[in-house]
Design a binder for this molecule. Structure first.
Ligand code: KE4
Length: 424
């Protein structure tokens, strides 16, 4: 039953573009009414009609501990009593910056902002300011937030809305954005050969998760590390999704690659709005007020968000076995799908991230990802939603596992997935 969600959606569309504050939430790609959520706890979300569902979106990544983790909630409640924001430095920003530097050693110096988009936008500006070059390379199907220069062949909802190059972005703003193909070494080489002294940075999702989950081919990240060094460009790892998700130190720990700059979001805020960017001190010293690259933010590092981020990272640090636990759950789902949907789908899974592509192709890049049958994905989505399982409302997103997903809930999810694929 979706009565109240339907009513709210109609009212929301009166005041908010498409009735949502972020496009993917509109369920356009799966042609269903979006569920308006009233509450969440553990691995469950409850919509306004009282439907309780097992949540595999986890707010697109922040929810690695599950919803409403008692320790995080308690610390936030305590922090609120001291006021919400001061617009002045606080001890908690020092604690969080030190935690980030400890857990992600390449981020010796970091700056907090309020979203992944802001983190990426700022990191690109730093790379340009540091190298005094203008061009950047991004990859088709990788999504780095909605700043103008990066809305070129973007991933995530930009794929489903079939506007890979967004309206409202002057051609001038993207002329310095060169586009390569993920996992295609030659496409990167060609861009560097054609612009040997002009490329400030390569920005990459070390594991792509915005065309669905696509893994780097063996050697691809090492190749990016070498070619950027060779041509004097910076390597930026956009770890907004993979940061603190694939390992305590993110994808750069998982793959043992040291980027020059890293962007973070989602988990670093523990569910509150935080983004971060950072790298070696000599690079980050170009940032105002030390250097000439300007970047600012009213609510950057605010006491409530930093409280949530600190508590979340501390819980992860205290119990690193979480990564093994959440990987096992994701593997279980991936294996069940591979067994029952033989050949009808392709599954990519790494750590606690996975995507089920409705294509017979091996999904290793943008072209193979978009060969998926999105109508079939929509049917799969609706089958699960009607049975209390809430997965991403788009083929081009990831399924997220959390430490709160119980074995029983994962088991019942596997049963439903088995039934679905047995019936198609
Ligand atoms: P935000 O500005 O949404 O906090 O972060 C932008 C961003 C940057 N980099 C990567 C790798 C990202 O995945 C994102 C945002 N991820 C999407 C999910 N695919 C957010 C969900 C949404 O747009 O509503």
């Amino acid at each position: 039953m979706e009565t109240k969600s339907k009513q709210l959606f109609e009212e929301a569309k009166r005041y908010i573009p498409g009735g949502v504050n972020s496009p993917v939430r509109a369920f356009g790609a799966v042609k269903r009414t979006p569920r308006f959520i009233a509450s969440a706890y553990g691995d469950r979300i409850v919509d306004v009609d009282g439907n309780e569902m097992i949540d595999y979106v986890c707010s697109w990544g922040p929810g690695i501990l599950g919803h409403a983790h008692p320790r995080v909630i308690k610390q936030i409640q305590k922090a609120c009593e001291n006021g919400l924001t001061y617009g002045a430095p606080t001890e908690k920003e020092v604690i969080l910056a030190k935690l980030i530097a400890e857990m992600v050693p390449s981020m010796e110096v970091s700056r907090l902002v309020s979203s992944g988009t802001e983190a990426v936008m700022s990191a690109i500006r730093v790379a340009r300011g540091y190298t005094k070059r203008d061009k950047i390379i991004k990859f088709k199907g990788c999504y780095h937030g909605h700043s103008d220069g990066l809305l070129v062949k973007a991933g995530s909802a930009a794929l489903t809305t079939s506007i890979p190059d967004s309206a409202g972005v002057p051609a001038d703003y993207t002329k310095n954005t060169l586009v390569a193909s993920y996992n295609d070494f030659a496409s990167v080489e060609a861009l560097f050969q054609a612009n040997p002294e002009e490329i400030a940075a390569v920005i990459v999702e070390p594991v792509a998760a915005n065309m669905g989950v696509v893994l780097p081919k063996p050697g691809f990240l090492e190749f990016l590390r070498e070619i950027t060094k060779k041509f004097g460009a910076l390597l930026i790892f956009d770890e907004v999704i993979t940061g603190f998700r694939l390992a305590l130190g993110g994808a750069q720990e998982y793959y043992q690659i040291v980027p020059d700059l890293t962007t973070l979001g989602k988990i670093v805020g523990g569910g509150m709005p935080i983004g971060a960017y950072g790298g070696r001190k000599e690079i980050m010293e170009v940032v105002s007020p030390v250097g000439a690259v300007y970047q600012a933010g009213t609510l950057s590092g605010n006491p409530i968000a930093t409280t949530a981020g600190i508590e979340t990272l501390q819980i992860l640090k205290e119990d690193p076995k979480i990564y093994q636990r959440i990987e096992e759950k994701a593997k279980k789902i991936a294996d069940i799908v591979r067994e029952t949907a033989k050949g009808k789908v392709y599954v990519n899974q790494i750590g606690s991230l996975l995507s089920i592509f409705f294509t017979s192709k091996i999904v290793i890049d943008y072209e193979s990802a978009v060969s998926s049958d999105t109508a079939k994905y929509a049917e799969y989505f609706g089958y699960l939603l009607d049975r209390g399982i809430y997965v991403a409302p788009s083929q081009f997103e990831a399924m997220f596992l959390s430490d709160a997903h119980t074995h029983q809930d994962v088991e019942s999810t596997c049963q439903l997935i088995k039934e679905y694929f047995a019936g198609i």
